[in-house]
Design a protein around this ligand. Structure first.
Ligand code: 3HC
Length: 283
């Protein structure tokens, strides 16, 4: 089956990036978020990004209009959704995802595939909650989604071969590259990346300057962004939640979140999105 229409749930950082990639590849999207202002803001962000691409000569006005016309913002999830795929990119809370799946099961055809952009929750658990484990899998994008070429594909024990093949086809249509990752907390990339970021927080807690840590990893390891700049970009709340899930899931103290990270999240310092993280973005 070739995916042509998608119901996308969530208009946060990842949801917006996923929407932009889907639209750029000519897919039709129906897009919903409980926070309607976020949904409108996210669409405006995509319009801005298209304007930049027009200015760089990579997209014509006409193409941008066609892509944007393929987006329908939904103000509720009540009416029947005639889509082949649902992508959920909502908060990393099992209870929120479970109640979303309940709603989706009432409005979607039984053949519709559901995928989750979760960065660490169990695909087998989510698959069971979705009540369609054969048509369920993880599809983990990376930020900024329009730029990053990778998609991690995580199948549950019950995911059908047909579902995997359909999603691989979608990844190809998006011009991205898939890797398969096992269904364990953090999958593959976050399992390696997030403990490294956590170690950078310990360095800062023990007295290193964020600028020095970032400069060190950029100049010493050729990282495009230092670990603290990258953390502010991803969102410290998101990283804390991934670490907590890995810590709980593996029961291994090496994944314990750095106390400095916990304090910063407690203080509402989430990084770029809140204006303050390891760096200040308020001016
Ligand atoms: N949306 C769309 N396009 C963007 C963008 C965004 N948010 N940010 C940058 N771009 C584009 C720019 O327009 C530019 O395009 P062009 O080369 O075609 O003109 C290109 O990306 C490069 O941007 P810049 O020249 O402004 O800046 P950089 O060269 O520094 O690149 C970067 C920016 C691509 C973000 C680079 O710094 C980078 O690769 N950083 C690391 C990102 C990373 O590690 N992401 C993974 C995070 S982990 C994750 O997402 C998993 C989750 O579960 C936590």
């Amino acid at each position: 089956m070739e995916i042509q229409s998608v119901l996308l749930i969530g208009a946060g950082l990842m949801g917006r990036g996923i929407a932009e990639s889907l639209l750029r590849s000519g897919l039709r999207i129906f897009w919903y978020d409980v926070r309607q202002e976020d949904l409108k803001k996210a669409l405006m962000g995509i319009e801005k990004s298209f304007q930049k691409q027009i200015a760089k000569g990579r997209l014509s006005e006409e193409e941008a209009r066609t892509c944007l016309a393929n987006a329908t913002l939904l103000d509720s999830l009540e009416s029947k959704a005639e889509v082949q795929l649902v992508i959920e990119a909502v908060s990393e809370k099992l209870s929120i995802k479970e109640s979303l799946f309940q709603t989706l099961n009432q409005i979607c055809d039984e053949k519709t595939i559901f995928v989750s952009n979760t960065s660490s929750l169990s695909i087998n658990t989510l698959g069971r909650m979705s009540k369609r484990p054969e048509q369920f899998m993880g599809m983990h994008f990376f930020n900024p989604v329009p730029v990053m070429p990778l998609v991690e594909l995580i199948r549950g024990l019950k995911t059908s071969e047909e579902t995997v093949e359909t999603i691989k086809g979608l990844v190809a249509k998006l011009g991205k590259t898939p890797i398969s990752a096992p269904d364990f907390p953090g999958f593959t990339v976050n399992r390696i990346l997030v403990p490294m970021l956590n170690e950078a927080y310990f360095c800062v807690m023990e007295g290193a300057l964020p600028e020095d840590v970032d400069q060190g990893m950029k100049l010493g390891c050729n990282f495009p962004m230092g670990p603290l700049e990258l953390s502010d970009f991803i969102g410290l709340d998101t990283i804390l939640s991934v670490l907590e899930i890995m810590h709980q899931g593996f029961g291994d103290s090496k994944y314990r979140p750095c106390p400095l990270l916990k304090n910063m999240v407690e203080a509402g310092m989430y990084g770029r999105k809140s204006g303050q993280g390891f760096y200040d973005y308020r001016s």
